[in-house]
Design a binder for this molecule. Structure first.
Ligand code: 6PG
Length: 235
């Protein structure tokens, strides 16, 4: 599986009947390869269907203690309380994908209960520098049918000037979100994008064709894992 990861700007495509476990294996390999220097391995995860990968990933990384070396954050978060079903972080805990009894080395939530979006951005931006060394190592992404990743929507104004931003007009509800910027996502050496189901076909074709209006295009070390067959004329 490790050979499925691209090392340049061209994405690698992995079409499989078992995208969740295959993506988990790719991520585990990349995480075990570690950061370029000593310290925690910096991982960012999404909400939505792709976060299911975290189940088998955490189980795998727990077997040799690697999970306790992971500094974890999110690619985006909705500005809702932790207990709200729309909370990406809340859903990960409620779904058993994360567990207080087996914590990673560090966890950086993008939104804490009661914060204003501006307060969340300031807190995360500071922790991004101090705890993450202003970079990620490995990213797990989902992708919407419109080609968005994190809360970076095609056609929206580019978010510049920082690693994290607040938006208040997400086309996908809820509208108020905190997101890592594309610049922040592009610091990772490996990104595994998991796109499940026929509804993602058009967006996948556009990413594979290099449509630069889609924010996934050009991410370094991008590996697309999908159950959608026949993309780009391939079977
Ligand atoms: C979010 C997600 C978002 C998600 C895509 C795909 O918080 O909304 O991080 O970017 O990954 O919308 O979601 P699905 O995989 O559920 O289609």
């Amino acid at each position: 599986m490790a050979d499925a990861v691209s090392t340049d700007a061209a994405p690698t495509l992995k079409v499989t009947a078992s995208p969740i476990s295959d993506a988990a294996r790719l991520l585990a390999d990349a995480i075990r390869a570690g950061p370029p220097t000593t310290g925690p391995v910096r991982l960012a995860i999404p909400g939505g269907s792709a976060v299911k990968v975290l189940g088998p990933l955490r189980e795998d990384l727990g077997t040799d203690g690697t999970w306790s070396r992971v500094a974890l954050t999110w690619v985006d978060e909705r500005c809702v309380p932790f207990a709200d079903p729309d909370s990406n972080r809340g859903a990960a805990y409620q779904g058993g994908l994360l567990d207080d009894a087996a914590p990673p080395a560090l966890e950086l939530p993008l939104y804490d209960d009661g914060e204003s979006p501006a307060e969340a951005v300031a807190r995360v931006q500071a922790a991004w520098s101090t705890s993450f060394g202003a970079a990620l190592d490995v990213v797990l992404l989902g992708m919407g049918e419109d080609g968005h990743i994190a809360s970076l929507f095609p056609g929206a104004a580019a978010l510049r000037g920082g690693a994290v931003a607040a938006i208040d007009d997400s086309p996908k509800p809820p509208p108020r979100r905190i997101t890592l910027t594309r610049e922040a996502l592009a610091t990772a050496r490996t990104t595994v994008l998991v796109a499940l189901g026929e509804g993602k076909r058009d967006a996948l074709e556009r990413v594979l064709a290099g449509d630069e209006t889609l924010p996934a295009v050009g991410l370094p070390g991008l590996c697309i894992v999908t159950d959608v067959n026949g993309l780009g004329g391939r079977r």
